[in-house]
Design a protein around this ligand. Structure first.
Ligand SMILES: Cc1cc2nc3c(=O)[nH]c(=O)nc-3n(C[C@H](O)[C@H](O)[C@H](O)COP(=O)(O)OP(=O)(O)OC[C@H]3O[C@@H](n4cnc5c(N)ncnc54)[C@H](O)[C@@H]3O)c2cc1C
Length: 385
């Protein structure tokens, strides 16, 4: 099947699935801070979360272009891919750097949904974006690592069986480069929680199932290390382009959802005897945000093409994420304004999506850090850190 046909068919199928989960479904979950268990089960059973796993390992062996269409459509429907996007891409570290035995054991089970690997432990309270300064240590004792430390904002831990943990295996003072000495461990949460690992939910502005995680002599078998010891930072960077492209697509989905809603409301809402959308003060901001969402989408498509073609795409993936996050946030703001006071009422879902799409200015990477990447690595400007 030609790519264009595949994409149309895929879009239609995901849209149909999402239509079974209306606004009210997401609104009620948001109010209860509950996980979209039924939606995730349905998406998993349809095979969509295994899009990036090769067919030989039980997945559908699709490209990032197709994976990104799936997540875009979830957000376009009014849902929130953040509940499941990580199941799609975290396994990439295992796929690219895991041993034959690890891949053969875990990936078919992740593809079928029997195992959920959708927690990724990187951020720490005192180091933030400066990842190489992380304090969590994994010290080798025989055939185990003993882990001590703390992570923050680790999402979906309560809805995962496995977590990828990044920890220092060589202290910072003993490495030549600060990017050395970090390692990636696959933590089996079913064994770890209550046996050296404690999880505390964080109440937040959005329903994101985020937690604080504490390690107190947690033991992880050395066999659960992914790739070489000390090379974790490289593996981390390696997965970022996929993440950037997928998040960009989610933002495009959000942007289109907002613009659909804004247009609908601007056509129907009559004030001073005419639809508010007839006023250029309402119409032009919507038109401008539409232009920006569509432009961001082109960069996302370009980044996905390069990625699927095996070419370097760091610049394009980062630019796509920045443009799409800005465009969805602009569309959110414009839609809020278009709805007037009703934008604040939960029953219209604008305020919920507004809160949800705001995240992408900050996580998984903040806007400033993308600009720093573009400045330093694309434009060869002096490093600022
Ligand atoms: C809902 C949610 C879910 C998350 N899920 C996960 C998860 O599953 N796993 C995980 O590991 N992390 C997760 N995170 C963490 C997220 O990746 C970080 O919050 C994000 O990377 C920013 O780090 P920080 O919060 O420590 O901000 P900081 O690093 O403290 O930065 C604060 C601000 O200062 C700016 N800043 C810092 N340094 C510079 C500089 N040199 N130049 C210019 N500006 C700078 C940043 O851009 C940011 O705006 C999540 C966060 C949230 C809010």
């Amino acid at each position: 099947m030609a790519n264009a046909d595949l994409h149309i068919d895929l879009r239609t199928a995901v849209r149909e699935l999402c239509s079974r989960f209306p606004d009210s479904y997401w609104r009620e979950l948001d109010a209860k801070e509950a996980y979209p268990e039924e939606f995730i089960r349905t998406l998993t059973e349809a095979g969509y979360l295994a899009a990036l796993i090769p067919e030989a390992l039980g997945g559908s062996g699709l490209g990032i272009a197709e994976a990104s269409i799936i997540l875009e459509e979830v957000n376009r429907s009014g849902g929130n891919s953040a509940a499941c996007h990580a199941q799609m891409y975290i396994m990439g570290t295992l796929l690219r750097h895991g041993s034959e035995a690890q891949r053969g054991h875990y990936l078919p089970q992740i593809a079928s949904g029997a195992l959920r690997l959708q927690a990724f432990g990187v951020t720490e309270p005192t180091t933030g974006t400066d990842t190489t300064q992380m304090k969590t240590m994994a010290v080798r004792r025989g055939d185990r690592y003993v882990v001590n430390g703390q992570k923050v904002w680790i999402s979906r831990v309560a809805h995962s069986d496995l977590m990828l943990l990044v920890a220092r295996t060589t202290p910072l003072e003993e490495v030549k480069k600060r990017t050395e000495g970090l390692s990636v461990l696959l933590v089996d949460l079913r064994e770890a929680i209550g046996h050296g690992m404690t999880v505390r939910p964080i109440r937040a502005m959005i329903n994101h199932a985020s937690t604080e995680v504490f390690f107190d002599n947690l033991e992880v078998p050395v066999d659960n290390r992914i790739g070489e010891e000390g090379q974790g930072f490289r593996y981390l960077l390696d997965g970022l382009n996929a993440e950037r492209i997928l998040i960009a697509a989610e933002c495009v989905g959000d942007g289109r959802w907002f613009i659909d809603r804004a247009c609908r409301y601007a056509r129907d809402r009559v004030v001073f005897g005419r639809p508010i959308g007839q006023n250029q003060g309402i119409q032009f901001p919507i038109a401008r945000s539409h232009v920006n969402v569509e432009a961001a989408d082109l960069m996302r498509i370009r980044a996905a093409e390069l990625f699927d073609d095996g070419q370097s795409c760091g610049a394009e993936a980062n630019m796509a994420k920045l443009l799409a996050a800005d465009a969805s946030w602009e569309a959110a703001n414009v839609t809020m304004q278009t709805y007037g006071g009703f934008g604040f009422a939960e029953e219209y879902d604008i305020e919920r999506k507004f809160r949800e799409t705001r995240l992408y200015q900050t996580a998984p990477i903040s806007t400033n850090l993308i600009l720093a990447y573009i400045g330093q690595h694309v434009l060869d400007l002096p490093r600022s850190f």
